[in-house]
Ligand binder design. Structure first.
Ligand SMILES: Cc1cc2nc3c(=O)[nH]c(=O)nc-3n(C[C@H](O)[C@H](O)[C@H](O)COP(=O)(O)O)c2cc1C
Length: 173
């Protein structure tokens, strides 16, 4: 298994998958890694829906503005935020900031761990949120924030360039 730094530096979005399914153990491992993410005050204002049903995957792909590649993955992890669980302690800061940050941390954990395990995936944030809520049968106060198809990579593409450090980093010494 690669170390954390190597996994972080070599991860890239995968949008093409083989037909090979994930094992139950792999799915359980990924779920464990997801809920290991930090969250404001450890409120853990999140829900995860593991979608393996082909019809539901197709519906999600349609709601994701016809990004059909997501339905070709054996599993789609849908990450949802439960803002009121953070707002109960942190009010608007929990509702409007922490619940997004916490679920983003969970999503990155998933992507990096999947890569380290020889899998691949892509953070998909472009979707019609009301449609996705309906498809996933989300209860009130639970909102989808990311759909993450995960599978064995088929095509491996190059990694998109990053902006130069000097554009995005400033030191105060
Ligand atoms: C908030 C967010 C939303 C994204 N939404 C989509 C999406 O809807 N469809 C897609 O193909 N990729 C999506 N991506 C993936 C980015 O395009 C990708 O991470 C970026 O181009 C950098 O490439 P890399 O992940 O290979 O480093 C999203 C990424 C983030 C963080």
């Amino acid at each position: 298994m690669m170390d954390a730094i190597e996994a972080l530096l070599t991860r890239k979005s995968v949008r093409s998958f083989t037909d090979k399914p994930l094992t139950e153990e792999q799915i359980e491992q990924l779920l464990k890694v997801m809920v290991a993410a930090p969250s404001g005050g450890n409120r853990q204002p999140w829900r995860i829906i593991v979608v393996q049903n082909q019809q539901v995957k197709d519906e999600l792909a349609k709601a994701a503005l016809d990004q059909h590649f997501i339905a070709t993955a054996p599993v789609i992890f849908a990450v949802c935020r439960a803002p009121e669980e953070s707002a109960a302690r942190y009010r608007d800061l929990g509702r409007n900031l922490y619940s997004f940050q916490d679920t983003a941390a969970m999503t990155e954990n998933l992507l990096v761990a999947a890569h380290a395990m020889g899998l691949g995936g892509c953070w998909v944030g472009a979707f019609k949120d009301k449609e996705v809520s309906q498809i996933l049968e989300c209860p009130p106060d639970v909102y989808p924030v990311a759909l993450i198809p995960i599978g064995f990579p088929a095509k491996v593409k190059g990694k998109p360039q990053r902006r130069p450090m000097k554009e995005v980093v400033r030191f105060i010494r």
